[in-house]
Design a protein. Structure first.
Length: 84
């Protein structure tokens, strides 16, 4: 179910241009070198986001378990997308 309040909260957080997390909500943040090519910037951010599971792995069942959450460099930002 789409959450309009969450959208408003995300927009307000994005406008602060802060890389620290919003309190109470998970978020995915990508920072990189300044580029003029928006498409390339989006591709780079998406590659880094997907690499959380292609490089660090989850498990064959793609289930988020405590051992995945607690492992060093665990894919916690990737897994925030499908929590509900």
């Amino acid at each position: 179910e789409y959450d309009c309040n969450l959208e408003s909260s995300a927009l307000a957080q994005a406008k602060t241009c802060s890389s620290s997390g919003a309190s109470g909500e998970g978020q995915n943040v990508h920072s990189g070198v300044l580029v003029n090519n928006l498409e390339q910037a989006v591709r780079t951010a998406m590659d880094q986001w997907w690499n959380q599971i292609t490089i660090r792995g989850v498990n064959a069942a793609m289930l988020f378990r405590a051992r995945v959450r607690d492992k060093p460099d665990g894919p916690v930002a990737f897994t925030q997308v499908g929590l509900n």
